[in-house]
Design a protein around this ligand. Structure first.
Ligand code: NAD
Length: 403
């Protein structure tokens, strides 16, 4: 979503949250927009770090390497991170970074050079108590390890809490690999309890880190996965797909469509298929004003970032479809990032069970708070989440006398 659209959305929510003009102005503007030109092998790449707001704690947000990265996009993503860390009550603010590059065209050595150059460009503004990066689109644990090394060299410190999403050997956290999906499961289970939803037939669009882990975790919990898809298309079986076999098809042949015991469907058909729970886990903007009327699910859990357009959101709300928004539904990743940071700070290493228990507590508590705000029946669950988050940020700003 463009930053202009975010501002419009913010103004709408600010009215419902009863914010003053001064408070809205403060929330509209990022604290700092950092830019640099990185040179690798004689080629130049535009790089950004946006520090949106740190009223509630150090800036926190991933770094993405993608050809479409722009200052506008990084600003929008940094705003969202500010909201997301607030929704789950983490002691963080929001930030985001990006480099405009097609990483698939770089050699491994160039990729490492670019990752290190990014840190050299911005390290004075980053740090365990200042701004903590993490992986995002096309960045991973290996890149986090290079970045950590470069940061420690530049600052002559040992500082594992500078970055999250690291390999376990360098202070990464257990459960980080499935954290987004598992956080989504905890949110879904609360919503199912609260609404008394009986049918547990699930359709999942996207079968990568988020979607595949979600399918696996839900199947293990007795949900029936009736449809899944990836960029090549989807498969559907009203009686339920055999998840072990679908995962095998994806891992060995590269696509879920190689699973032969189900009917083929398109990604568009998946969104409208007969199910009670729909989980978009791939791209943004897939639920639109054109297809929102056709959605048969009673609940939509947004594991992807921004899968529902504002127009579709209105339609789903008017049709009483409960949309569990991305800022809560996929916040399991940043929550376990927080646990990683905390373990590094305390020099501890938590067991898988400890991390899962703490994740569940955080997600359930966030859900409960939003549910309370939502219960007046006057606003959607998404709006309730934003209203709560904006109020919390403003309260923190008031305490530090910025407004
Ligand atoms: P991924 O790259 O691991 O997987 C993406 C999946 O989407 C793949 O299966 C791909 O085939 C599929 N896909 C691509 N184009 C498609 C199309 N046109 N139709 C249907 N499927 C398509 O990515 P991921 O990490 O699983 O992230 C997916 C979404 O979840 C993104 O919106 C991301 O921002 C969001 N998210 C992920 C995390 C995380 O920790 N992985 C955290 C927060 C949000």
């Amino acid at each position: 979503m463009s930053f202009q659209k975010i501002i419009q959305f913010l103004e709408k929510i600010a009215l419902l949250a009863n914010l003053s003009e001064k408070e809205i102005q403060l929330l509209k503007n990022p604290d700092r927009v950092l830019k640099a030109e990185l040179t690798v092998n004689g080629k130049k790449y535009s790089a950004y770090r946006v520090q949106f707001n740190n009223a509630r704690g150090p800036y926190k947000g991933g770094i993405r390497f993608h050809p479409e990265v722009s200052e506008d996009e990084v600003k929008s993503l940094a705003f969202w991170m500010t909201i997301k860390t607030t929704v789950t009550d983490l002691p963080f603010g929001g930030g985001k970074g990006g480099v405009k590059v097609d990483p698939k065209r770089l050699s491994k050595k160039e990729l490492e050079g670019l990752s290190r150059a990014y840190v050299r460009a911005f390290y004075q503004y980053l740090g365990p108590d200042t701004d903590i990066p993490a992986p995002d689109v096309y960045t991973n644990a290996e890149i986090m390890a290079w970045m950590l090394d470069e940061y420690e060299k530049a600052t002559k410190t040992k500082a594992p809490a500078f970055i999250t999403g690291k390999p376990l050997e360098l202070g990464g956290s257990k459960v980080r690999d499935i954290a987004t999906a598992l956080g989504g499961v905890y949110v879904l289970e609360e919503a199912v309890k609260k609404t008394g939803l009986k049918e547990k037939n699930v359709a999942i669009q996207g079968f990568g880190n988020a979607g595949m882990n979600m399918a696996k975790l839900l199947a293990e919990r007795g949900y029936t996965i009736v449809a899944v898809s990836d960029s090549k298309g989807g498969i559907h079986d009203a009686k339920g797909l055999n998840m072990n076999e679908v995962i095998k098809a994806k891992e060995t042949k590269g696509t879920v469509t190689e699973y032969t015991k189900a009917a083929k469907i398109s990604n568009e058909e998946l969104l409208a298929c007969s199910c009670s729970i729909l989980i978009p886990s791939a791209l943004s903007g897939v639920l639109t004003k054109e297809n929102a009327q056709k959605v048969k699910a009673k609940m939509v859990l947004e594991l992807a970032n921004g899968p529902t357009t504002p127009e579709a959101d209105e339609i789903l709300w008017s049709r009483k479809v409960l949309v569990l928004p991305d800022i809560l539904a996929n916040a399991g990743g940043v929550t376990v990032s927080y646990f990683e940071w905390l373990q590094n700070k305390k020099n501890e290493s938590w067991s898988e069970q400890q991390v899962k228990k703490k994740l569940q507590e955080k997600m359930v508590s966030a859900f409960e708070q939003i549910w309370k705000e939502f219960s007046d029946g006057k606003k959607s669950f998404r709006t309730a989440a934003y209203v709560l988050a904006l109020k919390k940020i403003v309260d923190a700003e008031k305490k530090r006398k910025r407004i």
